[in-house]
Design a protein around this ligand. Structure first.
Ligand code: ARG
Length: 481
């Protein structure tokens, strides 16, 4: 909660672009005769967006300081001062007592400068055997590790909402579609569960990306490692990584883990977008399969009757943003020589935007799904039209010995006759049926009833209520893993 508040503060400050008259002196000013031009300084600075990694930056610095001390590179007394100083900075940022200085070049410089302000010379020793290049690489990994976990739990909430609706609608008969044409009758719960399966795989993809990401670049330094006797395995372990990255250049110069996560998020958004599109369709007067809860719909400024599915439309719309973030980062990386280049600072806005967008979408989608009402009478009525039991009628003949292709042809002719006479298969007279084949008997009507059509679809993964309940059990088990 506090974290959220601080974040908002730092972002709004950034947007306001408030600037001091006298630019803060750069840590690297020694080599220069002139100060950096103000516009160039603003252009270069990343604190307005990387300030959200303050906790990870502090955590990384603490592990680094502990390692320097263990290796005898820093004295115990200096290390204690550094750790205390970093703890007090963390506390003050979280309480709001310390505001980010938008004149700082980035979050790393800000925290280091603040530390030195608080504890003096010991603060200046923290950056021994480290560079901002490995520092930022470790910060972003730590940050994404946490965010990925949060996104996974939000996806789980969306899956639970889908499962809840599927449970309530296992027996709800609806038309299933291909080409957006009524195709075969299904349980509405079955349709919904298809999305649960997609989202489960999305979780798998995020977890998979996380596994590869969870190695520590800390100690790679600028690009070439260091002459100090560092212990990279120690910092890796302290920070919860599965080990230290093997190659220092790779450690500071790849952002493949961001791309992997963005790809997983893009695909997740594809799934949310398709579901959203169906929600938009289903809530139209043309379908009226569902009614969204008032709290997830909006009205029109001019048309008093309107109840618009804005949330679903926005999820569909924001999908493009996340794709854009993925393409932006891929494009940023494609021409970069090794090792670090400032272009890489662009990774953060892309991945942060995707994270914020995905989280917002999931947070609104889950309760919207949970609170929507499925209009069972309407889905049933829709299933009665469109000859969606025609396959079952062909199967009826096939089960009586006729080859499927012949049965298919006869049923096609019967459908054409029904259309001509404004009838459906269910009220086409038996005598008429028998003109096409003497295999037709009175039992055909039971065989092509919607209930039979759905509930006999008991093949593994099929559309029956029984299958839906089995799928729900499976999804619930997967969610526990
Ligand atoms: N703000 C920079 C980034 O996000 C931190 C690393 C800067 N390193 C450097 N050598 N200038 O990429």
């Amino acid at each position: 909660m506090v974290k959220e508040k601080t974040r908002r503060f730092c972002l709004s400050r950034g947007a306001a672009g408030k600037r001091c008259l006298k630019s803060m002196e750069k840590m690297w000013a020694g080599r220069f005769q002139k100060t950096l031009d103000q516009t160039a300084d603003d252009f270069n600075s990343s604190i307005r967006f990387d300030c959200r990694m303050y906790a990870q930056d502090i955590k990384g610095s603490m592990a680094h300081a502990a390692m320097l001390s263990k290796q005898g590179i820093l004295s115990q007394a200096e290390t204690d001062k550094i750790i205390d100083g970093l703890e007090s900075i963390l506390k003050d940022i979280e309480s709001g007592a310390l505001a980010f200085d938008m004149q700082a070049e980035d979050i790393h410089m800000f925290i280091e400068a603040e530390l030195t302000k608080r504890i003096g010379d010991a603060g200046k020793r923290l950056h021994t055997a480290r560079s901002r290049n490995d520092q930022v690489a470790v910060d972003i990994r730590l940050y994404l590790r946490d965010e990925a976990e949060e996104i996974i739990s939000l996806v789980k909430e969306a899956i639970e909402a889908i499962v809840g609706q599927a449970e309530r609608n296992a027996e709800t008969i609806a038309p299933g579609y291909t080409h957006l044409q009524r195709a075969q009758p299904i349980s509405f719960g079955h349709h919904l569960l298809a999305y649960a399966m997609m989202l489960l795989r999305d979780i798998g993809r995020i977890q998979d990306a996380k596994k590869r990401m969870n190695f520590s670049p800390l100690g790679s330094c600028a690009l070439a490692g260091t002459t100090y006797p560092t212990d990279r395995a120690f910092t890796a372990q302290k920070l919860g990584f599965n080990g230290a990255m093997q190659n220092s250049i790779d450690g500071v110069s790849d952002r493949d883990f961001c791309v992997e996560l963005l790809s997983a998020f893009s695909l997740l958004m594809t799934h949310l977008s398709r579901l959203s599109e169906e929600i938009v369709l289903w809530s139209s007067w043309e379908f009226k399969f569902i009614e969204l809860d008032d709290s997830y719909t909006t009205g029109s400024s001019i048309m008093p009757q309107k109840k618009n599915p804005d949330m679903a439309e926005l999820i569909r719309g924001k999908t493009g943003r996340v794709y854009g973030d993925l393409i932006a980062l891929l494009t940023t990386l494609k021409g970069l020589p090794l090792a670090y280049n400032k272009d890489m600072q662009e990774d953060k806005e892309a991945i942060f935007d995707a994270i914020d967008t995905v989280k917002m979408c999931l947070k609104v989608l889950a309760p919207m799904l949970e609170t929507m009402t499925v209009l069972k009478a309407n889905t049933y009525r829709a299933a009665q039209k469109g000859f969606i039991n025609a396959t079952d009628l062909a199967d009826y003949l096939t089960k009586k010995g006729m080859p499927f292709r012949s049965a298919y042809k006869i049923v096609g002719q019967i459908v054409a006759e029904c259309i001509e006479k404004d009838l459906v298969l269910d009220n086409f007279p038996l005598a008429e049926y028998q003109k096409h084949s003497d295999l037709f008997e009175n039992d055909l009507y039971g065989e092509i009833s919607l209930e039979t059509c759905v509930n006999k679809r008991n093949s593994f993964g099929g559309a029956s209520a029984k299958s839906v309940l089995a799928q729900i059990e499976w999804v619930k088990e997967e969610l526990k893993k």
